[in-house]
Design a binder for this molecule. Structure first.
Ligand SMILES: CC(C)(COP(=O)(O)OP(=O)(O)OC[C@H]1O[C@@H](n2cnc3c(N)ncnc32)[C@H](O)[C@@H]1OP(=O)(O)O)[C@@H](O)C(=O)NCCC(=O)NCCS
Length: 153
């Protein structure tokens, strides 16, 4: 059996040293990416920022914020070359686990209605749409709504 099959994805805290890789992934997968400064601010503010590595490659990351009794997933991203291999679901389940451990009772997130992959991932885990923020996101043609989704923990 090849040793390759023994390699498991490993999640760990995001460090400032990860930002060149993170920002490069971000720039490739979003029309309106977070900047290096956005990630630095998130880390500096004590948000829960984590990366997932696989076989030495940084394949994805997430940023989560905690409030009283709740958690908010602000960013969940998998590098373009590593998508559709289960890493997004892995990172989302790890985020749910971490939110439960932090005593959050609900996990919230926003997603673009045009993001079929994200919506399918979230609905598959059990997230439900609970509201709409009108014109929340910048979009190439103007603004786009956000769906607010939540998962009881
Ligand atoms: C959305 C995203 C995080 C999914 O991560 P991923 O590692 O590619 O997804 P996974 O392989 O773990 O797939 C999990 C589920 O997501 C959904 N999914 C993922 N890619 C999809 C696609 N291209 N089309 C439709 N559904 C998709 C499916 O429901 C899939 O379950 P299935 O494999 O049983 O069909 C990833 O595509 C990504 O980073 N996209 C760009 C950034 C983004 O949109 N982030 C979310 C912002 S709210």
């Amino acid at each position: 059996m090849s040793a390759r099959w023994d390699v498991q994805p490993v999640a760990r805290r995001m460090l400032v040293q990860d930002l060149p890789d993170v920002v490069s992934i971000e720039n490739r997968i979003y029309d309106f990416p977070w900047t290096d400064g956005n990630f630095r601010d998130a880390i500096g503010s004590g948000y829960d920022a984590a990366v997932v590595e696989f076989g030495g490659a940084l394949v994805g990351y997430r940023v989560m914020m905690f409030g009283p009794g709740e958690a908010h997933l602000l960013n969940l991203s998998i590098a373009a070359d590593w998508q559709r291999r289960g890493f997004g679901r892995h990172l989302l389940l790890a985020s749910i686990h971490d939110a439960r451990r932090a005593d959050a009772q609900t996990l919230f997130l926003e997603v673009r209605p045009s993001n079929a992959a994200g919506i399918s991932l979230y609905e598959g885990i059990g997230f439900k749409r609970i509201g709409v923020r009108k014109g929340y996101y910048p979009a190439l043609g103007g603004r786009e709504d956000a769906w607010v989704m939540s998962l009881p923990l």
